[in-house]
Write a protein that binds this ligand. Structure first.
Ligand SMILES: Cc1cc2nc3c(=O)[nH]c(=O)nc-3n(C[C@H](O)[C@H](O)[C@H](O)COP(=O)(O)OP(=O)(O)OC[C@H]3O[C@@H](n4cnc5c(N)ncnc54)[C@H](O)[C@@H]3O)c2cc1C
Length: 476
C-alpha cells in the first residue's frame, strides 16, 4: 500500500472516533459476516479488517480501494453490538481521500464492482454513492460504461468457448434479484427467460425509485447488456394470471427462480383509510414514475419511517407540495431510513414529527381533510428489537391535510405460488439459506420475496448465491 502524503488532523480523528464510536469496536466481525459486499467480493472486501486498519493507521487507509466498496445498506450497523455506523466511518475517510486527490483506489474499486457486482452502474448510483465524497457522478458512469463494455467482450469470448446449455431457466420478476440470476446464468450460456408482470423492466428500480436517483437511461443500458447476452425478457406477463406457475415446467423450464419482490402494501387499518386523497406510497411513486401524476396537492402527510417514506416525501416536494410532513411513531434513533437521506429531505424543508402516530383520517364529502394523531412514548423493546411505541393518553391533536401517503411497509404477494412452496410466518418465501432452494425441488427464490423489503445490494447478493446453486443443481 502506498503511503498517503496527507494528514488527518488529530482533532478530526478524535472527533470522528467519538462521534462514530469507532473506538468501541471490539472486532467481533459481525459487520463482515453480515455484509452483502463481503459476500459478493470474498477476500477483496473485509470491513472488519478495514476498521482495524483505520484505528491503527488512518493515513494508509485513505489509499485503500476497499473504502469505496461499502454499499451503504446499513446491514452491519443494524447488527453491530456497538451500533457502529460503518458507512459513515468509511465516508469520512473517502472525503479525505478526495480532498487529497487519492483517486486511484476508486478506479480499482470500480473495476471490482464492474466484474463482480451484476448491474454495476445501477448499484453505483443506488448503493455506492461516490458523489457523496465529492466525485462527479457522470464521470464515474462514463468510466464504468467503458469498463463494462470491455468486460462484456471478455464474457462474450468466454461464452463462445462454452457449449451452450440445453437447460431453459425461468425467472419470475425483473428486479435486481431476477436480473442478477439472469445475468449470471446467461453469461455461462444458459437459456434464460425473465417474466415480468409490469410493462417495464427493472422491478422497484423502475417502478418506485425516483428518476432523480436513478436516471432511466442507466437502467436501460444495463438491461440492453442483458439482452445482448441473450436473456429473453417478456414484460406484461404475470405468472399466476397470464401463465400458471406449473405451466412453466410444462413449457420445458427446468428451473424456476422466484424474484417477485414485496409489492403488497400493508394496510394501516384506521378509520378513513379509503377516503379520496389517501394513497399508498408504492402506487404514488409508480404513478409519478410512469407520468400519471405530474402535480400534487398543497399539504401532504406521509406516514412511515423507512426509505420508501423518505422517497415519497422528497418526490412530493419535487412535485411542488407546499408542506410535506412525515409522521413516524418512534424516535429518530429507530428510524429505518438511511440517516443521510433523512438529513437531505430535512434540508429540503420536509418536517419530520417523531413519536407521533395516526389515529383517524377525517374527511369532508368523501375526501381527506385532516388527520387525528396521538403522541407516543417508547417502552420496552418489541419482537423487532426496537423500543415499542406506546400512545400517551390525552395527547391527541388534529392537523389539516390535503393528501396522505401511506408508507408503513410492504409484504410479498405470494398468491400465485403453489402450495408446496413453504412460507415463513411473516409471509415471505422460505428458502434454504445456503442454496436458496425453496421447499419445491428445482425452484429457487431470493431478494425481497425472501427477506421482506431490503436493499438492492442484498437482492443482487441473493441472486448471485441462487445462480451459483442453480448451476450446481443442473450439473449434479
Ligand atoms: C421507493 C423505494 C426506494 C428504495 N430505495 C432504495 C435505495 O435507495 N437503496 C437500496 O438499496 N434499496 C432501495 N429500495 C429497495 C430495493 O428497491 C429492493 O430491495 C429491491 O428492488 C428488491 O429487489 P427484488 O429483485 O427482490 O424485487 P423487486 O425489485 O421488487 O422486483 C420484483 C419484480 O417482480 C415482478 N413480479 C411480481 N410478481 C410477479 C408475477 N407473479 N409475475 C411476473 N412478475 C412479477 C414485479 O412487478 C417486480 O418488477 C427501495 C425500494 C423502494 C420501494
Amino acid at each position: 500500500m502506498k503511503t498517503a502524503n496527507t494528514m488527518i488532523s488529530k482533532e478530526d480523528f478524535r472527533k470522528f472516533l467519538d462521534i462514530e464510536k469507532l473506538k468501541y469496536c471490539f472486532e467481533c466481525g459481525i459487520c463482515t459476516a453480515s455484509c452483502s459486499m463481503a459476500e459478493l467480493l470474498g477476500k477483496d472486501y473485509n470491513p472488519r479488517a478495514l476498521l482495524e486498519e483505520i484505528l491503527l493507521n488512518p493515513e494508509e487507509v485513505i489509499n485503500s480501494y476497499q473504502l469505496w466498496l461499502c454499499a451503504w445498506c446499513y446491514r452491519c450497523y443494524r447488527r453491530c453490538p456497538q451500533a457502529l455506523k460503518v458507512p459513515e466511518i468509511f465516508s469520512f475517510l473517502k472525503s479525505k481521500a478526495v480532498e487529497n486527490g487519492h483517486l486511484d483506489p476508486l478506479n480499482v474499486a470500480l473495476q471490482k464492482i464492474v466484474k463482480q457486482v451484476p448491474l454495476p452502474t445501477v448499484a453505483t448510483l443506488i448503493c455506492f454513492h461516490p458523489e457523496r465524497a465529492g466525485i462527479n457522478k457522470d464521470e464515474i458512469l462514463k468510466k464504468m460504461e467503458k469498463m463494462l463494455r470491455e468486460y462484456l467482450k471478455e464474457i462474450e469470448n468466454k461464452k463462445a468457448l462454452t457449449s451452450a446449455s440445453r437447460h431453459k431457466i425461468a425467472v419470475i420478476g425483473s428486479g435486481p434479484a431476477g436480473l442478477t440470476v439472469a445475468f449470471e446464468l446467461a453469461k455461462e450460456g444458459y437459456n434464460v427467460t425473465v417474466f415480468e408482470s409490469l410493462p417495464e423492466v427493472g422491478g422497484m428500480l423502475r417502478k418506485c425509485i425516483p428518476k432523480y436517483r436513478l436516471p432511466r437511461n442507466v437502467l436501460a443500458n444495463e438491461i440492453q447488456f442483458l439482452r445482448e447476452l441473450g436473456v429473453e425478457i417478456r414484460t406484461g406477463v404475470k405468472i399466476g394470471r397470464d401463465l400458471g406457475f406449473s405451466d412453466l415446467f410444462k413449457e420445458g423450464y427446468k428451473i424456476v427462480f422466484i424474484g417477485s419482490g414485496a409489492h403488497r402494501t400493508k394496510k394501516i387499518k384506521i378509520e378513513g383509510e379509503s377516503l379520496k386523497g389517501v394513497v399508498y406510497a408504492l402506487d404514488f411513486l409508480w404513478n409519478v414514475n410512469s407520468g400519471t401524476i405530474e402535480e400534487i396537492l398543497k399539504k401532504v402527510v406521509i406516514i412511515g419511517g423507512g426509505n420508501v417514506a423518505v422517497d415519497a416525501a422528497r418526490t412530493a416536494m419535487e412535485l411542488g407540495a407546499e408542506e410535506v410532513t412525515i409522521l413516524y411513531r418512534r424516535s429518530r434513533e429507530e428510524m429505518p431510513a438511511n440517516p443521510w437521506e433523512v438529513k437531505e429531505i430535512e434540508d429540503l424543508g420536509v418536517r419530520i414529527q417523531f413519536l407521533v402516530a395516526p389515529k383517524k383520517i377525517i374527511g369532508v364529502n368523501g375526501k381527506v381533510s385532516a388527520i387525528e394523531c396521538v403522541r407516543m412514548q417508547l417502552g420496552e423493546p418489541d419482537e423487532t428489537g426496537r423500543r415499542k411505541p406506546i400512545p400517551i393518553e390525552g395527547s391527541e391533536f388534529k392537523q389539516e391535510v390535503d393528501m396522505i401517503i401511506l408508507a408503513i411497509g410492504e409484504i410479498p404477494n405470494v398468491e400465485f405460488l403453489p402450495r408446496e412452496i413453504e412460507l415463513n410466518e411473516n409471509g415471505t418465501v422460505w428458502t434454504n439459506p445456503v442454496t436458496m432452494e425453496t421447499s419445491l425441488k428445482g425452484v429457487f427464490a431470493g431478494g425481497d420475496v425472501v427477506t421482506g423489503p431490503a436493499t438492492v445490494i442484498e437482492a443482487i447478493a441473493a441472486g448471485k448465491r441462487a445462480a451459483e446453486s442453480i448451476k450446481k443443481y443442473l450439473k449434479s
